[in-house]
Write a protein that binds this ligand. Structure first.
Ligand SMILES: Nc1ncnc2c1ncn2[C@@H]1O[C@H](COP(=O)(O)OP(=O)(O)O)[C@@H](O)[C@H]1O
Ligand SMILES: [Mg+2]
Length: 291
């Protein structure tokens, strides 16, 4: 499965959510987090990682493609202290944009092959989304986009103006994931949002500074984030996605005819045709068939 995570404005916690989801992904293939943020990566600095591997080396490997086997993905990724595998972006925006552009030479294909044939969940942190983003190929390949927003007037105003653009991306599925804010109960705002947008609204992702600090390399915790509120919400969300998305079966690529609601339909609300998920039931226990 290819999961893209992005934001529209500010810093609502897209990177943190991508890491939390990967960390709490249900057992199966080993998740890979790809930092595809055109504004530049944060993980290298947060975890003190060497710039000698990451998007830049993957882009170079993809370009060399024809002349022999490209270096395997494993040679471009870092392993974070808790065990998560990440592909980092350079910290500088210019370098990050350039590396993302160069992934078109074959690097993206290596990632999608890992997701489709290797059965790895690939979580792509696209940073702030805009129509000209060099991370757009990830949106085109994605099974789902998680758009992280805080239920604040300024962010929601942006969302309203960008709705058509998001629909134009023709994603097979997309959700708004509401990031919780300190000292606020966002559930009422979420329900309002749901009523107005007619799109899926998931969350809220709890405001959990202690768990976020673990995912930002500022704190070590035995057991990582597994018992934190953020960790539990991420586990629910990951379980929800694996249970509800119709992802092409990579084991029999020739016979499989992917059914992708919304892909061939005109871009109209709602972009996802599988129905409305009430915001307040999202973190209810998962149904049996979703397991
Ligand atoms: N759920 C959360 N609870 C508390 N703090 C968070 C949460 N998510 C993110 N943060 C913090 O907010 C800051 C920005 O988060 P980050 O994930 O880098 O945002 P973005 O990728 O959207 O720019 C970081 O300091 C991070 O630790
Ligand atoms: Mg980020």
């Amino acid at each position: 499965m290819i999961v893209t995570v992005g934001s529209l404005k500010g810093s609502p916690g897209a990177t943190t959510l991508a890491l939390a989801l990967a960390d709490r992904w249900p057992a199966g293939g080993e998740p890979l987090v790809v930092e595809a943020d055109p504004a530049g990566g944060d993980l290298g600095a947060r975890f003190g990682l060497s710039p000698q591997r990451g998007l830049v080396t993957l882009a170079a490997a993809g370009r060399r493609g024809g002349g022999g086997q490209p270096r395997p993905l494993a040679e471009h990724v870092h392993r974070l202290p808790g065990g998560l595998e990440v592909l980092t972006a350079p910290a500088g925006a210019e370098q990050a944009r350039q590396a993302l552009g160069e992934l078109g030479g074959g690097g993206w294909s290596l990632l999608w092959a890992a997701a489709r044939q290797g059965g790895r969940p690939v979580l792509v942190d696209c940073g702030r989304l805009d129509p000209a983003s060099p991370a757009a190929p990830a949106l085109r390949a994605a099974d789902v986009l998680l758009l992280v927003v805080r239920a604040r007037d300024d962010e929601l105003a942006h969302l309203a103006t960008r709705m058509r653009v998001i629909q134009g991306w023709r994603l097979p599925a997309w959700y708004l994931v509401v990031a919780g804010q300190p000292g606020r109960d966002d559930r009422y705002r979420m329900r309002d949002l749901a009523g107005v947008l007619g799109a899926r609204v998931l969350g809220p992702i709890p405001h959990d500074p202690a768990a976020a600090a673990v995912l930002a390399g500022q704190r070590r915790a035995r057991g990582g984030i597994s018992r934190s509120r953020l960790g539990r919400a991420a586990a629910e969300l990951a379980g929800y996605l694996t249970g509800h998305l119709d992802v092409p079966d990579q084991t029999t690529p020739d016979q499989h005819v992917p059914v992708r609601p919304g892909r061939d339909e005109p871009a109209a609300l709602p972009a996802v045709s599988t129905g409305w998920v009430p915001a307040d039931t999202v973190y209810a226990p998962r149904e049996k068939e979703a397991r």
